[in-house]
Design a protein around this ligand. Structure first.
Ligand code: ADE
Length: 241
């Protein structure tokens, strides 16, 4: 996969893209990430990228020219061009999975009051928000999206299926995890996990995954089809509470 990021603050990406799994993924050529300062594409003497809004009002608006020419310059016409903004579609794991199937992604990150509407209408294919809050710019949001997409690419996570059981991939939150010691200052690991009985352990995990989802994110249960066993467990949780 190839990823291009268009931003006015390329330095912001260095630590995140230069560390841990995102770095390893690039070292292995699972992904090639390029961060561009789109100011370099401004065609005016002072490399201005924003201007006052027509009709007046506070704040500046990003001009169309630098972004249109940047997308052309990186030969990204016809690819998915993703605008990070709080008005976008709310980002989900399903969207991450859809982005992970693409060969090339382009992210536009702004730091200003707004984008000229022609950018939205004629350059961008997706508008994405990472949540119902406003950041100072799209850069942090683009890092979140890139991280969640790159970890889904083949050969990026050590264990091939380690993302298959992720919270949200299954529609449920993940079950609790424990490691040694079995008794930490009197706090015990559930007996079933020490039993060596793999069938029972798997059943416990499925049940606790359902319990956690029911307690923390009951809205997720409205959109998945529960099997008979899960329906029984759900009744049991409700009767217990
Ligand atoms: N830019 C500012 N706030 C944002 C958000 N919540 N998601 C994506 N981009 C943003």
């Amino acid at each position: 996969m190839k990823i291009d990021i268009l931003t006015l603050f390329p330095d912001m990406f260095e630590g995140v893209f230069g560390s841990s799994i995102l770095k390893k993924a690039q070292d292995k050529d699972a992904v090639n990430i390029h961060v561009h300062n789109f100011r370099e594409f401004a065609d005016n003497k002072h490399q201005t990228v924003d201007d006052y809004p027509y009709g007046g009002g506070a704040g500046m608006v990003l001009k169309p020219q630098p972004l249109f020419d940047a997308v052309k310059g990186i030969e990204a016409e016809g690819t998915r061009v993703i605008l990070m903004c709080p008005q976008g579609e709310r980002y989900t794991q399903a969207k991450a999975e859809s982005f992970a199937k693409e060969k090339h992604l382009v992210f536009l990150c702004g730091h200003y009051e707004g984008y000229d509407e022609r950018i939205r209408e004629h350059l961008v294919t997706d508008e994405i928000s990472i949540g119902d809050y406003v950041l100072t710019g799209g850069e942090l949001a683009a890092m979140v999206v890139v991280d969640s997409v790159v970890r889904l690419l083949p050969d990026v996570l050590g264990n091939e299926d380690s993302h298959m059981k992720d919270s949200y991939s299954t529609g449920l939150l993940e079950h609790p995890h424990y490691t040694r010691p079995a008794d930490f200052r009197g706090l015990k690991v559930p007996d079933v996990l020490l039993s060596g009985d793999h069938k029972k352990i798997e059943e416990w995990r499925q049940k606790e995954s359902l319990r956690r989802t029911w307690l923390r994110r009951p809205d997720l249960l409205d959109v998945i089809e529960l099997n008979d066993q899960q329906k029984k467990w759900l009744l049991e949780f409700k009767n217990q509470s």
